[in-house]
Structures are given as C-alpha cells and as structure tokens.
Design a protein around this ligand. Structure first.
Ligand code: SF4
Length: 67
C-alpha cells in the first residue's frame, strides 16, 4: 500500500489489487504515469479530478483517504 498526499486527501494505491485496466491513466494522465517512478504524481490534477478518476478504478486498487 502506498499513499500520496494531495491537499487534505491521500491517494491510496494497493498494488496487489491493481488489474492494470488503465482507467486511472485515461482519467488523469497528468497524475497516473505508469512509466514514472513514483508513478503517481498528486500535483498533476485538481483534487476534484483525482477523486473522480479514483472512483472509476474497477478493482478497488485506488482509493481516497480524507485527513
Ligand atoms: S484504474 Fe485501478 S486497476 Fe486500473 S491501472 Fe489504475 S489503479 Fe490499476
């Protein structure tokens, strides 16, 4: 499990659940960059966009934690 802070939320990624459907990459290409390390860049989109994109993750690998 990895966590990435964005304002007052955290993007949580559970690698074991990720099915690589790439919904995250389509939804927010500035944030979810599979070729980069770390592959999640919280500065790449607004908090609202990130929340909407995370909601589309089909496997539950991505989730949002509120501080
Ligand atoms: S949308 Fe979810 S399952 Fe698909 S690549 Fe992104 S994190 Fe993985």
């Amino acid at each position: 499990m990895k966590e990435y802070q964005k304002d007052d939320i955290k993007i949580v990624w559970n690698q074991e659940l990720c099915k690589h459907a790439a919904e995250c990459v389509k939804g927010s290409p500035g944030v979810f960059k599979p070729k980069d390390r770390p592959w999640i860049n919280p500065e790449g989109a607004s908090k609202e966009e990130i929340i909407a994109t995370v909601a589309k993750c089909p496997s539950g690998a991505l989730s949002i934690k509120k501080d």
